[in-house]
Design a protein around this ligand. Sequence first.
Ligand SMILES: [Zn+2]
Length: 276
Amino acid sequence: MNITQKSSPNHYNGRNGWKPDMIVCHITDGNYDGAVSWLCNPRAEASAHYVVSRAGQVAQLVSLTDAAWCNGTSATAGHAYHYSTSTLPLVRQRATNANYYTISIEHEGMYNQTHGTLTAAQQAATVELIKHIRAEVQRLYGIIIPVDRQHIVGHCEISPREKPTCPGEKFPWTDILRQVQGASQAKPAAIRYALKTATVRSDTTMDITLPLVHSYIYKLTCAAGRPLTNSCNSNIIDISFDHQSGNDYFFRCTAKRRGCAGVAVNGHKIFAVKVV
Ligand SMILES: [Zn+2]
Protein backbone atom coordinates (compact mmCIF):
# COMPACT_ATOMS: atom_id res chain seq x y z
CA MET A 1 0.00 0.00 0.00
CA ASN A 2 1.02 3.61 -0.50
CA ILE A 3 2.42 5.00 2.76
CA THR A 4 4.11 8.40 3.01
CA GLN A 5 7.18 8.04 5.19
CA LYS A 6 7.81 10.75 7.80
CA SER A 7 10.14 10.67 10.77
CA SER A 8 9.08 11.70 14.25
CA PRO A 9 11.72 12.09 16.96
CA ASN A 10 9.00 11.36 19.55
CA HIS A 11 9.57 7.69 20.25
CA TYR A 12 11.57 5.24 22.32
CA ASN A 13 14.35 3.43 20.49
CA GLY A 14 13.15 -0.16 20.44
CA ARG A 15 10.38 -1.57 22.61
CA ASN A 16 12.14 -2.26 25.90
CA GLY A 17 12.20 -5.98 25.09
CA TRP A 18 8.50 -6.25 24.18
CA LYS A 19 7.09 -7.40 20.85
CA PRO A 20 4.05 -5.61 19.40
CA ASP A 21 0.82 -7.60 19.30
CA MET A 22 -1.88 -4.95 19.81
CA ILE A 23 -3.12 -2.26 17.41
CA VAL A 24 -4.62 0.86 19.02
CA CYS A 25 -6.97 3.17 17.12
CA HIS A 26 -7.19 6.90 17.89
CA ILE A 27 -8.90 10.06 16.64
CA THR A 28 -6.74 13.13 15.91
CA ASP A 29 -9.25 15.84 16.90
CA GLY A 30 -7.52 17.92 14.24
CA ASN A 31 -6.81 17.80 10.53
CA TYR A 32 -4.43 15.36 8.85
CA ASP A 33 -1.63 17.75 7.87
CA GLY A 34 -1.73 19.43 11.27
CA ALA A 35 -1.65 16.09 13.10
CA VAL A 36 1.25 14.75 11.01
CA SER A 37 3.34 17.87 11.51
CA TRP A 38 2.52 18.23 15.24
CA LEU A 39 3.29 14.57 15.98
CA CYS A 40 6.69 15.06 14.29
CA ASN A 41 7.40 18.18 16.38
CA PRO A 42 9.62 17.51 19.42
CA ARG A 43 7.52 19.96 21.46
CA ALA A 44 4.51 17.65 21.11
CA GLU A 45 6.22 14.86 23.08
CA ALA A 46 3.65 12.63 21.36
CA SER A 47 3.52 10.58 18.19
CA ALA A 48 1.79 7.68 16.47
CA HIS A 49 3.02 4.99 14.15
CA TYR A 50 0.47 5.93 11.48
CA VAL A 51 -2.03 8.67 10.63
CA VAL A 52 -4.94 7.96 8.24
CA SER A 53 -6.67 10.93 6.57
CA ARG A 54 -10.37 11.22 5.76
CA ALA A 55 -9.37 10.95 2.07
CA GLY A 56 -7.58 7.65 2.77
CA GLN A 57 -3.96 8.88 2.75
CA VAL A 58 -1.61 7.12 5.15
CA ALA A 59 1.57 8.49 6.74
CA GLN A 60 4.03 6.55 8.88
CA LEU A 61 5.82 8.59 11.55
CA VAL A 62 7.54 5.95 13.70
CA SER A 63 9.09 2.59 12.78
CA LEU A 64 7.21 -0.53 13.91
CA THR A 65 10.31 -1.63 15.79
CA ASP A 66 10.20 1.53 17.96
CA ALA A 67 7.58 2.44 20.56
CA ALA A 68 5.57 5.55 19.66
CA TRP A 69 4.33 7.91 22.39
CA CYS A 70 0.62 7.56 21.79
CA ASN A 71 -1.17 5.48 24.38
CA GLY A 72 1.21 5.20 27.27
CA THR A 73 0.21 3.78 30.62
CA SER A 74 1.96 4.42 33.90
CA ALA A 75 3.09 1.97 36.57
CA THR A 76 3.07 4.70 39.25
CA ALA A 77 0.33 4.01 41.80
CA GLY A 78 -2.51 6.53 41.65
CA HIS A 79 -1.42 7.90 38.25
CA ALA A 80 -4.36 8.96 36.02
CA TYR A 81 -3.02 6.72 33.24
CA HIS A 82 -2.25 3.76 35.51
CA TYR A 83 -2.46 0.44 33.65
CA SER A 84 -4.97 -0.88 36.19
CA THR A 85 -7.63 1.53 34.85
CA SER A 86 -7.71 -0.29 31.49
CA THR A 87 -10.74 -2.36 30.52
CA LEU A 88 -8.40 -4.77 28.68
CA PRO A 89 -7.10 -7.77 30.68
CA LEU A 90 -3.90 -7.83 28.58
CA VAL A 91 -3.05 -4.25 29.54
CA ARG A 92 -3.71 -4.82 33.25
CA GLN A 93 -1.78 -8.09 33.34
CA ARG A 94 1.27 -6.74 31.51
CA ALA A 95 1.58 -4.00 34.14
CA THR A 96 3.87 -1.81 32.08
CA ASN A 97 3.80 1.08 29.62
CA ALA A 98 1.34 0.05 26.87
CA ASN A 99 3.43 1.95 24.30
CA TYR A 100 5.98 -0.88 24.45
CA TYR A 101 3.71 -3.54 22.93
CA THR A 102 1.26 -1.50 20.84
CA ILE A 103 1.09 -0.07 17.32
CA SER A 104 -0.91 3.14 17.07
CA ILE A 105 -3.10 4.46 14.25
CA GLU A 106 -4.45 8.02 14.40
CA HIS A 107 -7.60 8.71 12.36
CA GLU A 108 -8.26 12.24 11.11
CA GLY A 109 -11.53 13.47 12.61
CA MET A 110 -13.13 15.76 15.18
CA TYR A 111 -14.86 13.76 17.89
CA ASN A 112 -17.64 16.30 18.41
CA GLN A 113 -18.52 16.04 14.69
CA THR A 114 -17.90 12.36 13.90
CA HIS A 115 -18.02 10.47 17.22
CA GLY A 116 -15.51 8.13 15.58
CA THR A 117 -17.23 7.40 12.26
CA LEU A 118 -14.82 7.12 9.31
CA THR A 119 -15.27 8.03 5.67
CA ALA A 120 -15.45 5.07 3.26
CA ALA A 121 -11.96 5.89 1.92
CA GLN A 122 -10.58 6.18 5.44
CA GLN A 123 -12.10 2.89 6.55
CA ALA A 124 -10.75 1.11 3.44
CA ALA A 125 -7.29 2.56 4.12
CA THR A 126 -7.43 1.46 7.77
CA VAL A 127 -8.37 -2.09 6.76
CA GLU A 128 -5.46 -2.23 4.29
CA LEU A 129 -3.15 -0.70 6.88
CA ILE A 130 -4.07 -3.27 9.53
CA LYS A 131 -3.42 -6.08 7.03
CA HIS A 132 -0.07 -4.46 6.20
CA ILE A 133 0.83 -4.11 9.91
CA ARG A 134 -0.06 -7.75 10.62
CA ALA A 135 2.13 -8.92 7.71
CA GLU A 136 5.01 -6.70 8.83
CA VAL A 137 4.78 -7.82 12.47
CA GLN A 138 4.80 -11.43 11.34
CA ARG A 139 7.86 -10.76 9.17
CA LEU A 140 9.73 -8.74 11.83
CA TYR A 141 8.76 -10.59 15.00
CA GLY A 142 7.22 -13.92 13.96
CA ILE A 143 3.99 -12.88 15.70
CA ILE A 144 0.53 -13.09 14.17
CA ILE A 145 -1.68 -10.38 15.69
CA PRO A 146 -5.10 -11.95 16.34
CA VAL A 147 -8.02 -10.21 14.62
CA ASP A 148 -10.13 -9.69 17.72
CA ARG A 149 -11.16 -6.94 20.12
CA GLN A 150 -8.46 -7.85 22.63
CA HIS A 151 -5.74 -7.05 20.09
CA ILE A 152 -7.37 -4.39 17.86
CA VAL A 153 -8.56 -1.85 20.37
CA GLY A 154 -9.34 1.80 21.10
CA HIS A 155 -7.37 4.25 23.21
CA CYS A 156 -10.54 4.50 25.33
CA GLU A 157 -10.04 0.87 26.35
CA ILE A 158 -6.46 1.46 27.44
CA SER A 159 -7.15 4.68 29.35
CA PRO A 160 -10.95 4.84 29.80
CA ARG A 161 -10.84 7.63 32.38
CA GLU A 162 -8.57 10.01 30.50
CA LYS A 163 -9.41 9.12 26.87
CA PRO A 164 -13.08 8.05 26.84
CA THR A 165 -13.75 9.60 23.41
CA CYS A 166 -10.71 8.26 21.53
CA PRO A 167 -11.47 7.11 18.83
CA GLY A 168 -15.22 7.56 19.59
CA GLU A 169 -18.18 5.30 20.30
CA LYS A 170 -19.20 5.11 16.62
CA PHE A 171 -15.83 3.75 15.45
CA PRO A 172 -16.68 0.85 13.06
CA TRP A 173 -14.96 -2.00 14.92
CA THR A 174 -17.19 -4.78 13.63
CA ASP A 175 -16.85 -3.79 9.97
CA ILE A 176 -13.09 -3.31 10.21
CA LEU A 177 -12.48 -6.65 11.93
CA ARG A 178 -14.74 -8.45 9.47
CA GLN A 179 -12.95 -6.86 6.49
CA VAL A 180 -9.48 -7.59 7.88
CA GLN A 181 -10.55 -11.15 8.66
CA GLY A 182 -12.00 -11.56 5.15
CA ALA A 183 -8.58 -11.90 3.55
CA SER A 184 -7.09 -14.24 6.11
CA GLN A 185 -10.13 -16.54 6.07
CA ALA A 186 -9.75 -17.36 2.38
CA LYS A 187 -8.80 -20.96 3.10
CA PRO A 188 -9.87 -24.15 1.35
CA ALA A 189 -13.25 -25.25 2.67
CA ALA A 190 -12.37 -28.89 3.32
CA ILE A 191 -9.63 -29.59 5.86
CA ARG A 192 -7.47 -32.61 5.13
CA TYR A 193 -6.25 -34.10 8.40
CA ALA A 194 -3.12 -36.24 8.52
CA LEU A 195 -3.30 -39.76 9.89
CA LYS A 196 -1.70 -40.39 13.27
CA THR A 197 1.07 -42.35 11.53
CA ALA A 198 2.05 -39.43 9.25
CA THR A 199 5.58 -38.01 9.46
CA VAL A 200 5.56 -34.58 11.09
CA ARG A 201 8.46 -32.18 11.59
CA SER A 202 8.20 -29.52 14.31
CA ASP A 203 10.11 -26.22 14.23
CA THR A 204 10.08 -26.32 18.05
CA THR A 205 11.74 -29.16 19.92
CA MET A 206 13.22 -27.31 22.91
CA ASP A 207 11.11 -26.42 25.94
CA ILE A 208 9.89 -22.81 26.08
CA THR A 209 8.87 -20.32 28.75
CA LEU A 210 5.78 -18.23 28.15
CA PRO A 211 4.40 -15.36 30.27
CA LEU A 212 0.72 -15.58 31.21
CA VAL A 213 -1.76 -14.66 28.42
CA HIS A 214 1.02 -14.55 25.84
CA SER A 215 0.96 -16.92 22.94
CA TYR A 216 3.55 -18.77 20.93
CA ILE A 217 3.21 -19.97 17.35
CA TYR A 218 4.83 -23.25 16.39
CA LYS A 219 5.07 -24.75 12.94
CA LEU A 220 4.46 -28.37 12.04
CA THR A 221 5.41 -29.54 8.58
CA CYS A 222 3.54 -32.52 7.20
CA ALA A 223 2.94 -33.62 3.62
CA ALA A 224 -0.10 -35.74 4.51
CA GLY A 225 -2.40 -33.00 5.81
CA ARG A 226 -3.00 -31.10 9.05
CA PRO A 227 -1.22 -32.96 11.87
CA LEU A 228 -2.84 -33.87 15.17
CA THR A 229 -1.48 -31.74 17.98
CA ASN A 230 -2.79 -31.01 21.43
CA SER A 231 -2.02 -29.68 24.87
CA CYS A 232 -1.26 -32.28 27.54
CA ASN A 233 -2.93 -29.99 30.11
CA SER A 234 -5.56 -27.62 28.73
CA ASN A 235 -5.85 -25.88 32.11
CA ILE A 236 -2.37 -24.47 31.56
CA ILE A 237 -2.08 -24.01 27.79
CA ASP A 238 -4.55 -23.91 24.94
CA ILE A 239 -3.66 -25.01 21.43
CA SER A 240 -5.52 -23.67 18.42
CA PHE A 241 -4.92 -23.90 14.70
CA ASP A 242 -3.73 -20.56 13.34
CA HIS A 243 -3.11 -20.90 9.62
CA GLN A 244 -1.66 -23.06 6.87
CA SER A 245 0.90 -22.28 4.20
CA GLY A 246 1.55 -25.21 1.85
CA ASN A 247 2.70 -28.15 3.97
CA ASP A 248 3.39 -25.86 6.94
CA TYR A 249 0.72 -25.76 9.62
CA PHE A 250 0.92 -23.04 12.28
CA PHE A 251 -0.57 -23.58 15.71
CA ARG A 252 -1.03 -21.05 18.50
CA CYS A 253 -0.22 -22.05 22.05
CA THR A 254 -1.73 -19.63 24.60
CA ALA A 255 -0.69 -19.51 28.25
CA LYS A 256 -3.72 -19.69 30.57
CA ARG A 257 -2.39 -20.50 34.00
CA ARG A 258 1.02 -20.80 35.67
CA GLY A 259 2.52 -24.27 35.52
CA CYS A 260 4.06 -26.66 33.07
CA ALA A 261 2.37 -28.54 30.22
CA GLY A 262 3.51 -30.54 27.24
CA VAL A 263 2.62 -30.04 23.60
CA ALA A 264 2.03 -33.34 21.83
CA VAL A 265 2.01 -34.33 18.18
CA ASN A 266 0.45 -37.64 17.24
CA GLY A 267 0.29 -38.50 20.93
CA HIS A 268 4.00 -37.88 21.59
CA LYS A 269 5.24 -34.92 23.62
CA ILE A 270 7.55 -32.74 21.49
CA PHE A 271 8.23 -29.85 23.84
CA ALA A 272 7.11 -28.47 27.18
CA VAL A 273 5.77 -25.00 27.94
CA LYS A 274 6.49 -23.38 31.27
CA VAL A 275 3.96 -20.65 32.00
CA VAL A 276 5.31 -17.95 34.31
ZN1 LIG B 1 -5.85 8.49 21.53
